[in-house]
Each structure stands twice: as C-alpha cells, then as structure tokens.
Design a binder for this molecule. Structure first.
Ligand code: HEM
Ligand SMILES: CC(C)=CCC/C(C)=C/CC/C(C)=C/COP(=O)(O)OP(=O)(O)O
Length: 306
C-alpha cells in the first residue's frame, strides 16, 4: 500500500554537500540539459557566449530544482523502493522541509536569472516546465494514472525549446519537433525501466503501466512508441529544417532503437509470472534509449556545422 506521510523515513542524520547535489538528480538532468544546449546551439541568430553559458546553467538549475521538489513530495514512496531508498530525504540525511525550500529558492533563481540573461519567453517556458514536472507530473499524475509518463513526459521535453527561445525570443517549428521527439521518446525510455522495476513500483502503490496493465501490454507499448518516434525524428530533415547528416543519423539510430524495443516486445520472460528484475532486453533498451537521444541531438548540432 502507498505511504502518505513520513512514517517510513528515518531520523535526520546530517547531510554531506553531495546530498544537496543528489537532490538535483544530476545524472538524469545531464541529458535534459544537453538537449537544452543543443536547442540553443542550433537556433538561428546570435547570443553572447557568456549569456549562452548562463542560459544553460539556468536550465540545469531549474531542472535540478524541480527534481528536489519531486524528491520532497515523493519522500514516502522513495523510502519504499530499493532504487530510491538511499536518497537524501528517505535516508534521513536531509529534512523534507529543507529540500522543499531549497527546490523553491533554486527554481525562482533559475527563472529570474534566465529572464535577466536572455528573455521573458525562455524564462516563462522554464517556469512552466518546472511547474509541469514538480506539480503536474509529480503531484497530480504520477500516483493517479498509468498514462503519467505519456503526459508527464512533456516536462523533460521543454529544455530544447528553452534553449532555442533563449536565442530567438520565440518558439519555432524545429524546437516544437524536438519537443515532440523527446515527448514520444520518454514512454519507451521509462517503460523499459518500469518493466524491470515493476516490483518496486507495485510495492509503493504507483500505477505504472506494467503494474496496472501487465508486462505484455507494456512491451507492446514500448515497441509502438519507438515506431511512432522513427518518422517523427526524421521529419525535421523531411521538412527541410535540417540537412542530410541529421536525417541519416536519425534514421540509423532510430532503426537501432526500434531493434532494442523489438527485443523488449519479443521477450516472454513474464509469461509465467516470473520476476522481471533480470529483464535483460528491457535493461538494454533503457540504456540504449539514453545513448539514442544523446546521439540524435548531437547529430542535430553536427548537422549545423557540416
Ligand atoms: C516523465 C518522464 C521521465 C521519467 C518518468 C523518467 C524516469 C527515469 C528513471 C526512474 C530513471 C532512473 C533514475 C535513477 O535510477 O535514479 C531515469 C534515468 C534517466 N533518465 Fe529518465 N525519465 C523521464 C524523462 C527523461 C528525459 C526527458 C530525459 C532526458 C532528456 C531523461 C534522461 C535520463 C537519464 C540520462 C537517465 C540515467 C541516469 C543515470 O545514469 O543514473 N529522462 N529516468
Ligand atoms: C527544465 C525542467 C524542469 C526539466 C524537467 C526535468 C526532468 C529531469 C524531467 C525528466 C523527468 C524525470 C527525471 C522523471 C523521473 O521520474 P520520477 O521523478 O518519477 O523518478 P524517480 O522514481 O526516480 O523519482
């Protein structure tokens, strides 16, 4: 059953500086920030390099701050899952209220600094994406619907738009396509992980797709989203918004991702109700999803140079 308060959390034990950093989910946000940096790099127009660096820093700070608010809100369920039990709040190294204050202060700083360094459009999208991840996804959707990832995936899709807007002051077709790419990439990325972490989510009462609809249904959805993603990733090239280098890279890496997702779909490990924690195809698809998005955005940047 899902916890609703702090009963599962051990007493405060004293925080290391690394714990405050851990609240920002640095590993996860590294890729989000990378997509933001690429959005900024490929945008038409000029931005002072120092202001560009400040803009990327603000995206990192805002994403991290939203992560801290997420960890504050999710402290009860994080205490129940093996993957998250050692996070600073459930482990008792940082007090919940401290994490919340930290997340709010850093959110405000990131938005104000971005507004001062670039423009209101970029700052407004950053503010909305923090709200989207911390409130819409974390507080509203995550515990209510197995479609939490599909809708909530929007949060991590904004940084490319923010980077673009930081340079141009507005939003164009290419950043909207990049948004859509990250949006459709998120379900196969996360559901691959959710397949082998299903036991954890079940324990915490989170209605992730494998818990609610079963592994077979989730496997099919992983494959379907990877197939939908393929033409979407190629579309910037098809529409003449990028060159051949990006198009060919998107096609090859997209086919490779479909191959990994096919592996997830074809895996029948769960047929006899066995534990999925050793689900090798799902682990491989999750790992590859990260490399894939990295390569796709890198190709977008290289494309501008060739
Ligand atoms: C609602 C959307 C998303 C959900 C629910 C989700 C969920 C997760 C989870 C649960 C992990 C494991 C983290 C851990 O072990 O602490 C993870 C890892 C990761 N995610 Fe996502 N993710 C989402 C969107 C994204 C987006 C948009 C990006 C980047 C653009 C991203 C990049 C990563 C990376 C790089 C890792 C690996 C971190 C590591 O190496 O430890 N995720 N994701
Ligand atoms: C600019 C901005 C605000 C960007 C969004 C930041 C961001 C990192 C979005 C990705 C969403 C994400 C990491 C979800 C993790 O799910 P979870 O929180 O359910 O995972 P958990 O179980 O590991 O806590």
């Amino acid at each position: 059953m899902m916890a609703t308060n702090d009963t599962a959390i051990t007493p405060h034990l004293g925080a290391e500086p690394g714990d405050w950093l851990a609240l920002l989910k640095p590993r996860v946000i590294s890729l989000v920030v990378f997509t933001g940096a690429i959005g900024l790099f490929i945008a038409p127009g000029h931005i002072n390099p120092v202001l560009a660096a400040v803009a990327i820093f603000c995206i990192a700070l805002g994403a991290g701050a939203a992560g801290a608010i997420n960890m504050w809100y999710d402290r009860d369920i994080d205490a129940m899952m093996r993957r998250t039990t050692d996070r600073p709040i459930p482990a008792g190294r940082i007090e919940a209220s401290g994490a919340l204050g930290y997340g709010i202060v850093l959110s405000v700083i990131s938005v104000l600094l971005l507004a001062m360094a670039t423009n209101l459009c970029a700052a407004a999208v950053l503010a909305f994406s923090i709200f989207y991840y911390a409130v819409i996804y974390t507080m509203w959707l995550k515990r209510r619907t197995p479609q939490n990832i599909v809708i909530g995936g929007g949060a991590g899709a904004f940084p490319a738009v923010i980077g673009w807007a930081a340079v141009t002051g507005h939003i164009g077709l290419l950043p909207m396509l990049l948004f859509a790419i990250v949006f459709f990439w998120t379900p196969p990325h996360f559901w691959s992980l959710a397949l082998y972490a299903a036991t954890d989510y079940e324990k915490a009462g989170i209605p992730m797709l494998p818990v609610v609809k079963g592994a077979k249904h989730t496997r099919l959805n992983v494959l379907v989203y990877s197939l939908l993603l393929l033409p979407l990733t190629v579309s910037p090239w098809a529409l003449g918004l990028t060159g051949w280098f990006y198009g060919v890279s998107a096609l090859i890496s997209g086919l490779a991702f479909v191959y990994f997702c096919w592996g997830v779909y074809a895996d029948k490990q769960d047929a006899e109700g066995k534990s999925l924690t050793k689900d090798k195809p799902a682990r491989a698809a999750f790992k590859f999803s990260i490399l894939y998005l990295f390569v796709l955005f890198l190709a977008c940047a290289i494309d501008k140079l060739v």
